[in-house]
Write a protein that binds this ligand. Structure first.
Ligand code: UDP
Length: 137
């Protein structure tokens, strides 16, 4: 069993899509091990996306991720990291496959509805960024 960190981003929370998005993961056999609604400060968003600090979109991305509430969760299942990435679809919704969350709900390459850890190494940084061991069941 693998764990991954998923975020429902501010654009999707604003559109009342929390239930719809969680349901897509559950229907694909993933289990919610932890979940909460929070709002990140700009500094917290910068820390979360520190791997992207030298990318041209870092400032804009961290403004966006701190503009409103998000839902953070730990999902668990077999091959959870790969499975979540497939259900989410490509970063750019213009390139996302039919039936993926980003194809259906993303506005553009930045405001793309969801985040999912891209590797076990990322998940190992991202899960404890939001949850203590006692909160993951
Ligand atoms: N992003 C952006 N412009 C880009 C690439 C990425 O605004 O050209 C944003 C987008 O919100 C994306 C996040 O930065 O989800 C992290 O980028 P990454 O390449 O890690 O994509 P992901 O793993 O989220 O698909």
């Amino acid at each position: 069993m693998e764990k991954t960190l998923v975020i429902i981003k501010p654009d999707a929370v604003k559109k009342n899509l929390i239930g719809e998005i969680i349901s897509r993961f559950e229907k694909n056999g993933l289990r919610v091990a932890a979940v909460k609604k929070i709002k990140m400060t700009k500094e917290e968003a910068k820390g979360f996306y520190i791997v992207h600090k030298d990318r041209p979109f870092y400032e804009s991305l961290t403004d966006f991720m701190s503009e409103g509430p998000i839902v953070v969760m730990v999902l668990e299942g077999e091959n959870a990291i790969t499975k979540v990435r497939k259900i989410m679809g490509a970063t750019n919704p213009a390139q996302a496959e039919e039936g993926t969350i980003r194809k259906d709900f993303a506005e553009n390459i930045e405001r793309n509805a969801v985040h999912g850890s891209d590797s076990q190494q990322s998940a190992a940084y991202e899960i404890p960024y939001f949850f203590s061991a006692l909160e993951i069941l």
